[in-house]
Unconditional design. Structure first.
Length: 88
């Protein structure tokens, strides 16, 4: 996989991870602030939501990047296998 293609896939993974992390962080903040899950102070709720958003974004970026890398390796192996069969 070329470097620009790899960089683009990483950026796309980062965008999705940030979106999902931000939404989950907002949900955690809302649930903890209203006392639905825990009875926390507003500042503690915001910190918990921000921590959840950052942690989930980092994890999802790493996970989606590894999945993208694995799929790329698999596709290359399939293409090389097809090329090898045609040459015979």
């Amino acid at each position: 996989m070329s470097h620009p293609d790899r960089a683009w896939k990483f950026v796309r993974s980062l965008q999705w991870a940030l979106l999902i992390g931000a939404l989950s962080g907002l949900a955690i903040t809302g649930l903890t602030y209203t006392g639905f899950v825990w009875d926390l102070e507003p500042q503690q709720s915001i910190l918990l939501g921000a921590g959840t958003a950052v942690g989930l974004a980092l994890f999802l970026t790493y996970f989606m990047d590894r999945v993208s890398q694995g799929v790329g390796s698999f596709r290359r192996a399939v293409k090389e296998g097809r090329r090898g069969k045609k040459k015979k």
